[in-house]
Design a protein around this ligand. Structure first.
Ligand SMILES: *Cc1c(COP(=O)(O)O)cnc(C)c1O
Length: 455
């Protein structure tokens, strides 16, 4: 036991060499994706024009427990992994809690988040297939940056559609992507048919992730030698992100610590799905129990207030349908929402686990999230991303509960990234201009009415 350590680093040789596919251990599997035209389960052939072949194999495979990480991807991982597991002694002290708080920090690379773990895998498979390039969307910009870095490394072209309000709020993000050689287009744009249509229907719209996805998919299928890649939601992305949980588990095992509560922020579910993967595997196999907590914004509450139904993954309704917790693809969060995690749906894997009662979900108001972010920055030093700060907020709440009960629980949370490019949001918070818009039941009912009818 070595509980004096602040950082529990692994050796390079301890980086996992396989990703873990959580679906293999699920008795009730996520429902199949449906083809949007026929409403029948998608086939490999349906997906082939959109996604890379090997990624389709991973997406549709719910039985193989482990996938080898290709050597080229492992080499790239070694540039910034293993990522540290940190004991938050200073935060514990500030809270006066008997709980032990650990966080897995994924912001230690230029893209500033965990998204690089999947970007490098997806771009590698595109390269292996002999493609010229990839298209994708980005909201806050972390995924687009991650794709740009991976594309530069593997010498592929990257076309990024960036949600217009982020494009305008975060010009420096855009320049980082261009530094790595990507082209960046604000979405909705006039470059695609779907972009033109959305602009005609909603002039002045600041865009949404669902809309940027539609544009990126259209570009990929209409440009020879290109495929589309997505940074969250898909099961293949959770597979790649399992590296977070596998490393965290190895590090905790080394110091003989078993987490009681495991917390992650949830946008599309990839970091949370990755962090909990090996632990949830143990729970599914009946080997151990953990309390898993998803944290989402109160302004975009897909798990806590959404419906478990088949829905489109994109506004343009060209991607396959997924059965997931969703606010409906027509839902666009209030423009004053600055805390990220704005996607309308949730990973099919996490949705299924949540529906089976194997994990819980809470929501947090953005002003509370930024308060937690500030406390974290001032105690632990790292400037957290607003998305990650949802997990911080929930970890603080758990630690304060322990203070009341006197329990010394081990709390593990995912610190997914840094917040250097989110200073406009922090500025709003500091100026007292940040508000908490929470959609009303009526707002949600209007969005639910647009859900596709599938039986
Ligand atoms: C994208 C992102 C998230 C949310 O995405 P998930 O797929 O839910 O993990 C969380 N934190 C950061 C820093 C991100 O960039």
């Amino acid at each position: 036991m070595n509980n004096e350590k602040y950082k529990i680093y692994l050796e390079e040789s301890e980086i996992p060499t396989q990703w873990y596919n959580l679906r293999a251990d699920m008795k009730k599997k996520p429902a199949p994706m449906l083809n949007p035209a026929t409403l029948k389960p998608v086939t490999k052939a349906d997906l082939a024009p959109v996604f890379c072949d090997e990624l389709i194999e991973q997406e549709l495979d719910d039985t193989t427990p482990y996938f080898d990480i290709p050597d080229e991807v492992l080499k790239f991982y070694k540039m910034y992994r293993p990522s540290p597991l940190v004991r938050a002694y200073f935060l514990e002290e500030a809270l006066g809690t008997p709980a032990h708080i650990y966080y897995k920090f994924e912001g230690n690379n230029t893209s500033g988040s965990h998204k690089l773990n999947s970007a490098v895998a997806q771009v590698y498979y595109a390269k292996k297939q002999g493609l010229k390039g990839v298209t994708t969307e980005t909201g806050a910009g972390q995924w687009g940056t991650a794709v740009s870095m991976a594309a530069a490394f593997f010498k592929l072209d990257a076309k990024v559609y960036m949600v217009k309000c982020s494009y305008e709020q975060k010009p420096f993000r855009r320049e980082v992507m261009r530094t790595y050689g990507a082209s960046v287009t604000p979405s909705p744009s006039t470059e695609t048919e779907i972009g033109k249509k959305i602009l005609a229907e909603h002039p002045g719209t600041t865009g949404s992730l669902g809309c940027a996805i539609s544009e990126a998919v259209e570009k990929a299928v209409s440009t020879p030698g290109y495929r589309y890649i997505l940074g969250s939601v898909l099961s293949q992305v959770l597979l790649h992100q399992s590296i977070i949980g596998l490393e965290a588990k190895t590090a905790l095992d080394k110091i003989g610590v078993k987490p009681d509560v495991i917390i992650g922020c949830a946008g599309g579910g990839s970091n949370l799905g990755g962090l909990i993967a090996p632990f949830m595997g143990e729970k599914l196999r009946g080997e151990a129990d953990y309390d898993f907590v998803a944290v989402e914004p109160a302004s975009c509450p897909s798990l806590t207030r959404g419906k478990f139904a088949y829905d489109f993954c994109d506004t343009g309704k060209i991607c396959p349908l997924q059965k997931m917790y969703t606010l409906s693809s027509g839902f666009i969060p209030s423009p004053n929402h600055a805390g990220g995690l704005r996607y309308h749906g949730m990973s099919a894997i996490l949705s299924e686990l949540y529906d089976q009662g194997l994990m819980r979900a809470v929501s947090a108001k953005q002003t509370d999230v930024f308060k937690a972010a500030e406390l974290f920055a001032r105690t632990e030093g790292t400037l957290p991303a607003p998305e990650s700060s949802h997990a911080i907020k929930a970890a603080i709440d758990e630690a304060l509960k322990c203070k009341e009960t006197g329990e010394a629980k081990n709390i593990l949370f995912g610190l997914t990234g840094t917040g250097y490019f989110d200073m406009v949001a922090y500025e709003k918070f500091h100026n007292g201009e940040m508000t908490d818009y929470i959609p009303t039941d009526k707002d949600l009912a209007a969005a639910f009415a647009t859900l596709p009818k599938v039986d």
